[in-house]
Design a protein. Structure first.
Length: 351
């Protein structure tokens, strides 16, 4: 099982990064840029093949890949034809944008695959129980998934919304319930709990989830919707943290590997869903206006288009150095946050 989890982490992350680099590769070829090396993985070559000036290589460590273009490094750019930095500003933007775009296309495909194979999960509009929460009244009273709550304190309920409305003002009150389980109905009395955050009455139950089939077109549309929703939620979360000057709870490499290991263990559906979510996150992060990453380069080339003057290689070099420092800071912060979540912070007196 441990070997399977390690393979799930390495191959999953490697695949997502490879798709990102594949987007850059395809766009570079479209713009007639000389691609020096297109590799799957890092480290020594296991297999290599050269075709029309491009070395295609399979590396020893299958964690990602890279697309090395001629004239990409400011220190090595000569300004000659076929070099990345020699392109018009809009073509450079296209090549930079193609990596994140590839991650979004992959995410849509993975989400659509999930909906098509495993169906669409929809919260039931009935008052059926999908599960119970430990140490809450429903679990303590022995209610089971599939039980239907017919009435609370003498008030009939038919939907989940009606049930929550009745419970809202009955926190810490004892009330009779009428429950249907299978073919028989029984009465039970429970003391309704108080939700620790909202203060509303709570039983500690989750709604019953129904699944329906989704064809190609519906699953594709839902895949697009899922990728967009994931992006909006992430942006709104980060914006809220910036506005309120609060530390964002972001996962670093340790946290991502931990979640991927759990998803690998829990099954293919959860694993594919996580890959789709990480693919969105990878695409979004690379669109942020941070120097060195794709979004930062896009901003630089937009300035070039507005001013109609080529950005000097010296400016790009300094810009990239700033990006390295910022990305290193983000990496360290995210890794430190991961370690705190794992309890390592206690070693440094933070727990």
């Amino acid at each position: 099982m441990i070997i399977l989890q390690i393979l799930g982490i390495v191959l999953g992350l490697g695949f997502l990064i490879f798709i990102h680099e594949l987007g850059h590769f395809i766009a570079a070829k479209m713009c007639k840029i000389r691609v020096l090396t297109f590799a799957l993985g890092f480290g020594p070559d296991i297999f290599k093949y050269e075709y029309k000036g491009t070395k295609y290589a399979l590396k020893a460590v299958p964690l990602g890949g890279f697309c090395a273009m001629a004239g990409e490094n400011p220190d090595e750019a000569t300004g000659g034809e076929g070099e990345y930095l020699s392109l018009p500003w809009y073509k450079k933007i296209w090549i930079a944008f193609s990596g994140p775009l590839s991650n979004y296309i992959l995410a849509v495909f993975l989400f659509a695959f999930l909906f098509n194979v495993w169906g669409v999960s929809m919260v039931s509009n009935t008052s059926a129980i999908g599960g119970t929460v430990e140490n809450y009244p429903a679990a303590q009273a022995g209610l089971q998934p599939g039980d239907i709550i017919n009435s609370i304190d003498g008030i009939s309920v038919n939907t989940w919304l009606q049930m929550t409305d009745v419970l809202r003002d009955r926190a810490e009150k004892e009330a009779p319930f009428v429950i249907t389980r299978g073919t028989y109905t029984f009465d039970i009395t429970m003391t309704i709990a108080k939700h620790p955050v909202t203060g509303a009455g709570a039983l500690g139950v989750v709604p019953f989830v129904e699944k329906s089939e989704a064809g190609f077109f519906k699953s594709t549309a839902l895949g697009c919707e899922a990728a967009i929703s994931q992006t909006i939620m992430t942006v709104l979360y980060l914006a809220d943290k910036i506005i309120t000057w609060e530390k964002p709870d972001i996962a670093g490499p340790v946290g991502i590997m931990q979640v991927m290991a759990k998803a690998t263990k829990s099954g293919m559906e959860d694993y594919i869903r996580l890959l789709a979510i990480i693919s969105v996150a990878l695409g979004l992060f690379n669109l942020f206006p941070i120097p060195l990453v794709d979004g930062g380069m896009i901003i630089l080339f937009i300035v070039e288009g507005i001013t109609r003057k080529k950005i000097s290689t010296k400016v790009i070099s300094v810009y990239n150095t700033i990006g390295i420092v910022l990305i290193a800071a983000i990496f360290i912060f995210a890794t430190y946050s991961d370690l705190l979540r794992l309890g390592i912070g206690k070693l440094f007196g933070n727990g």
